[in-house]
Design a protein around this ligand. Structure first.
Ligand SMILES: [Zn+2]
Length: 197
C-alpha cells in the first residue's frame, strides 16, 4: 500500500473500537470502494473541528455558546445532573429518564493519575451552585473510589442550606459507570437516587 494509505489507516486505528483490520477495511472503503464519500467526510471533520466547542455553562458539546440542553427552556434548570464525561450525558439523554440540566466535569479526581481539582470543569459548577437556581444536584459519577472521592469533594463546596444533593443508585457492579449502563438501568438508577450527605 501507499504511504498516504498507511497514514490514514494509522489514524483510523487510534479511534476507539477500531483495530488494525477494521482500520484497513475503512481505509479501503474510502479510497477504493466509495471514493466519492471521502470529500464529504473531510468536510464534516473540518466543520466539527471548527465549530464544536464546550458549552460555557455545563461543559456539554455546543456550537456557538450554549448547548442544546442549556438552551432548552422546557428543561428544569433547578435540577442538575453531574456527570464525568459527555458520553455519560449522551447515555442519560438516550434513556429519556431525565428532564433537568447537566454539568460535565470532564473527568474525576484521581491523585494516582495526577488529576486534581484544577483539571476538572469545576469553576462554572461552583458559580451555578452559588447562583441559587439549583434545587437539587444529582451526582451521577461512577461508583468507584475516584467517583466517591469526587462526590465528597463536591459536597464540601455545596452551600449548606437549600440544596438537595443526591447520588444515583447503580444496579451495576462496583467500578462500572453511567456509560456502560443500559437505558432501563439508568432510568431506575435515577429514580432510586438517594440523599448524599
Ligand atoms: Zn450546556
Amino acid at each position: 500500500m501507499t504511504p498516504a494509505f498507511e497514514a490514514l489507516q494509522k489514524q483510523l486505528k487510534q479511534l476507539p473500537g477500531l483495530g488494525y483490520r477494521s482500520a484497513e477495511r475503512i481505509a479501503l472503503h474510502l479510497l477504493v470502494e466509495k471514493p466519492a464519500r471521502l470529500p464529504e467526510l473531510v468536510a464534516a471533520l473540518n466543520a466539527a473541528a471548527k465549530s464544536v466547542a464546550r458549552c460555557g455553562t455545563c461543559g456539554n458539546l455546543a456550537e456557538g455558546g450554549e448547548c442544546s440542553v442549556c438552551a432548552d427552556l422546557k428543561r428544569d434548570a433547578g435540577v442538575v445532573c453531574v456527570v464525568e464525561t459527555v458520553p455519560d450525558l449522551v447515555a442519560i439523554e438516550r434513556s429519556g429518564a431525565f428532564r433537568g440540566r447537566y454539568h460535565v466535569l470532564h473527568g474525576k479526581l484521581s491523585p494516582i493519575h495526577g488529576v486534581g481539582p484544577g483539571a476538572l470543569n469545576l469553576a462554572p459548577l461552583v458559580s451555578r451552585m452559588q447562583s441559587g437556581e439549583i434545587r437539587e444536584l444529582i451526582l451521577a459519577l461512577s461508583n468507584d473510589i475516584e467517583g466517591e472521592a469526587t462526590c465528597h469533594f463536591l459536597l464540601e463546596r455545596v452551600p449548606p442550606e437549600g440544596m438537595k444533593v443526591s447520588r444515583i443508585g447503580f444496579g451495576l457492579p462496583s467500578g462500572a459507570g453511567v456509560l456502560y449502563a443500559d437505558s432501563v438501568t439508568l432510568k431506575s438508577a435515577l429514580e432510586a437516587r438517594r440523599d448524599f450527605k
